[in-house]
Design a binder for this molecule. Structure first.
Ligand SMILES: [Zn+2]
Length: 270
């Protein structure tokens, strides 16, 4: 014996070749079921809520797949992960706050990530400047990681040294990446975190200055924000990356976050 409820003929409507009858979904309750007869076969409509839910899930899956493909294409051009494995576990939540300076810096970085939709429109840059060992790298990598976890943005973390090295490596004929590939993989991402600016303490070479300008100016022209991390002060930065670069970083309301407290490194044990 069939367990379905008997449908009273008075509840069944005929609309444009379709029969509409009351039905019941276990998850969503009663709904109007459409039955179409096609070539002598009945095609029974499903619960519209169930269909809507499945469509939403399908679209979310497709979006996630599109993001994955975009990030993989970028990583392929770079010849490595967008964020090096070493920094993949850095998040804003696991940044250790031990005093007021760090609390302020963290709050600033949180606001930057939270307002990123707006920052993407203005291209506003951020400069984390100050003493070594104050957690600037952690915060920079964390912003990139958190953005990629929470949004469809693409973010790349690189040190200046690693960029110069990977561009030099493209001069080898057997290298799969070209210099243009690497430059575009640093200009295309929604966010670039550029660490260890001016770390060498030496006068930067023309190659270094030209490369930095190509990246910073390329991003500036696309109105894409860059986070620059350096142990130098705002006054010293032009010596390390060139006046023109620093001008580009400051335009559009670039902000300096000072890390002007003493290093925490080596304070816990030996
Ligand atoms: Zn349903």
């Amino acid at each position: 014996m069939r367990s379905e409820k008997v449908i009273a003929m008075s509840d069944v409507k005929q609309v444009a070749g379709q029969r509409i009858q009351p039905a019941h979904c276990d998850d969503h309750g009663p709904f109007e079921q459409r039955v179409t007869v096609l070539l002598g076969r009945e095609i029974v409509g499903r619960c519209p809520e169930c269909e809507r839910k499945e469509r939403t899930e399908r679209e979310a899956k497709q979006r996630a797949e599109d993001i994955r493909i975009k990030r993989e294409a970028m990583a392929k051009k770079l010849g490595a992960a967008l964020i090096p494995k070493r920094f993949a576990d850095r998040t804003l939540d696991n940044y250790q706050v031990e005093h007021e300076g760090q609390r302020k810096a963290l709050a600033f970085c949180r606001r930057y990530v939270a307002a990123f939709a707006e920052i993407e429109r203005t291209g506003r840059c951020l400069m984390l400047l100050g003493q070594p060992g104050t957690g600037k790298t952690h915060l920079g990598a964390a912003m990139a990681n958190d953005l990629m976890r929470a949004t469809s943005a693409t973010a790349v973390y690189r040190t200046v040294g690693s960029i110069l090295q990977s561009i030099r490596a493209t001069y080898d004929r057997n290298n799969e990446q070209s210099e243009a590939d690497i430059l575009s993989s640093l200009i295309e991402p929604s966010l670039l975190v550029l660490d260890e600016v001016g770390v060498s303490k030496e006068q930067p070479s023309d190659f270094e200055l030209t490369t930095l300008f190509a990246i910073i100016n390329g991003r500036y022209e696309q109105m894409r924000p860059t986070v620059v991390i350096s142990n130098l002060s705002g006054d010293q930065l032009p010596l390390a990356m060139g006046e023109r670069c620093v001008d580009r970083l400051r335009e559009g309301g670039g902000v300096v976050v000072p890390f002007d407290w003493e290093s925490q490194r080596g304070k816990e044990g030996f």
